[in-house]
Design a protein around this ligand. Structure first.
Ligand code: E4P
Length: 222
């Protein structure tokens, strides 16, 4: 499973890329707004220059013509840009038009297998089931990820759409997304940090150092 970073924060993105584990970024209007009043195009172009892989950038229009026009502009900002289109009927039509033009779409705000099937039929490159938001209303977000993966697997010749487990809230979601077979999980920076943390690792390192110092003193073995 590949990891994307779910943020528009440049420092966090630089950090994730520097770690060597982040191969893409997903943004949305809320995440961009968190960065203050920015020049959207310049911010996305900067992110695209840092990240080696796809950078999802959402349209703000909700009608087909508006979404398509906006998506065409966004797609011209950088080679690795992917346009995020919401899972509406208008979004399906826009996705179909954009896919025919070779513009990659991340079909976002997906909350059902049917929405994912339409994303695939329309030619979306990615579909993003939102796990945390389903959990928030008492449903099982990760089950949806697993269901979409299983259904897509039955049609390997016709469905090439990749599943991005999105709205990830904690490290266990990452484990579950991998177990469910998602091709990608897009994670907040905080969750990325939490993925490596384990108290037994910290205790283990200090104990090794302590034992070493007791016998060898402060010096290193080089
Ligand atoms: C995904 O592409 C979205 O940007 C994101 O995962 C939404 O997460 P949230 O539900 O925590 O806002």
């Amino acid at each position: 499973m590949r990891l994307f970073l779910d943020t528009a924060n440049i420092d966090h993105i630089r950090h994730g890329v520097q770690l060597g584990v982040i191969t893409g970024v997903t943004t949305n209007p809320s995440l961009v707004s968190k960065e203050g009043k920015v020049d959207y195009k310049r911010l996305v172009q900067e992110i695209c220059s840092i990240v080696p892989g796809p950078v999802s950038t959402e349209v703000l229009s909700q009608d087909v013509a508006g979404m398509v026009a906006e998506a065409r502009q966004i797609a011209a900002w950088a080679e690795n840009v992917v346009v995020k289109i919401p899972a509406s009927l208008e979004g399906v039509e826009a996705t179909h038009q954009l896919a025919r033009e070779g513009i990659r779409v991340n079909f976002t705000l997906c909350f059902s297998v049917n929405q994912a099937l339409l994303a695939a039929a329309a030619g979306a490159t990615f579909v993003s089931p939102f796990v945390g938001r389903l959990d928030d209303i008492g449903e099982n977000g990760m089950r949806l990820v697993g269901d979409i993966v299983e259904v897509f697997k039955k049609y390997p010749d016709s469905i090439k759409t990749q599943v991005i487990a999105a709205s990830i809230r904690h490290p266990h979601h990452c484990v579950q997304a991998a177990e469910a077979g998602a091709q990608i999980a897009t994670v907040p920076h905080q969750v990325l940090i939490q993925m490596i943390r384990h108290p037994l690792t910290d205790i283990g390192v200090s104990r090794f150092m302590e034992d070493w110092r007791k016998v060898m003193g402060e010096g290193k073995n080089t």
